[in-house]
Design a protein around this ligand. Structure first.
Ligand SMILES: [Zn+2]
Ligand SMILES: [Zn+2]
Length: 267
């Protein structure tokens, strides 16, 4: 064991709110703040970390399940907030005032170095102003977050291939969504190219991008109404096993919760 590692915890994932925590020796950052500041502080507590030690917040897009607590957290804990121009413009009226010196532009498809943490942004296909997700690199290890996308383009697949760890979208079971009570336009939105990845879509995209380095995959952003943890897990693992991929041997397939933090994990 050395002490120069990247550690992560998916604090909350799902259509009701998304927050992920990443730390290196020099940085403690959050990606998205889709719950109240109080709830996020409590989730940090549950993994033995203090919200006061977080220095930066990266935003993916302006949907409320990603920014509900962003303004409060930024002001209360003096966080540096990173988002691209389109997202800043779209969320300005929703998160309240963030002091100028805490506002940073993170353009799509670029890399930023924050000390010992390199962060790559990549655009996705989703019905928000300028949605982008991130890949984190520290000391030879990489962690990709990709949810909220209608499909995974070849360009994105190339950017994120063979990471050590993924938090990946499996939003809905297509049958549950079709048969469920959502109005048809909303169903169409979710199923469309600017919506969300289904369990099958997520499995197929994952099989395209994982590689010999990949050791952990978190299944995330599950719909509360159109999916179940067990179903998502079973769909992905059986589709992979059908392609002779050794789930549970080559890598761990892990679940996430919308109200409970995953253990802090060393990559
Ligand atoms: Zn979302
Ligand atoms: Zn979204």
């Amino acid at each position: 064991m050395n002490d120069d590692e990247m550690k992560i915890s998916v604090l909350s994932s799902g259509s009701t709110g998304n927050v992920t925590y990443i730390e290196t020796p020099q940085h403690k950052v959050l990606v998205d703040a889709g719950l109240s500041g109080k709830k996020i502080a409590g989730l940090m507590d549950s993994i033995g970390r203090d919200i006061n030690d977080v220095d930066s917040l990266l935003i993916t897009h302006e949907h409320s399940d990603h920014i509900a607590g962003a303004g409060v957290l930024a002001r209360k804990y003096n966080l540096d907030v990173y988002a691209n121009k389109g997202t800043w413009d779209a969320m300005a009226s929703k998160i309240g005032k963030v002091p100028e010196e805490q506002r940073y532009i993170f353009d799509p498809n670029t890399t930023k170095s924050l000390g010992d943490l390199d962060i790559e942004s990549f655009s996705v296909s989703h019905d928000a102003a300028e949605p982008q997700f991130y890949e984190f690199h520290h000391n030879g290890k990489s962690f990709v977050i990709l949810t909220d996308t209608g499909y995974v383009s070849d360009r994105v697949a190339g950017t994120i291939e063979n990471a050590d760890c993924y938090l990946f979208e499996v939003n809905h079971d297509t049958e549950m969504l079709r048969m469920g009570g959502y109005p048809w336009p909303l169903k169409q939105r979710i199923l469309g190219d600017h919506g969300h990845l289904s369990n099958e879509d997520g499995a197929n995209a994952l099989m395209d991008v994982i590689g010999n380095r990949t050791k952990k995959i978190y299944l995330g952003h599950l719909s509360l109404h159109n999916n179940m943890k067990e179903l998502a897990h079973l769909t992905v693992s059986s589709m992979m096993q059908n392609k002779d991929i050794a789930v549970g041997h080559d890598f761990q397939l892990l679940d996430t919760d919308h109200d409970r933090a995953a253990h802090l994990t060393i990559l």
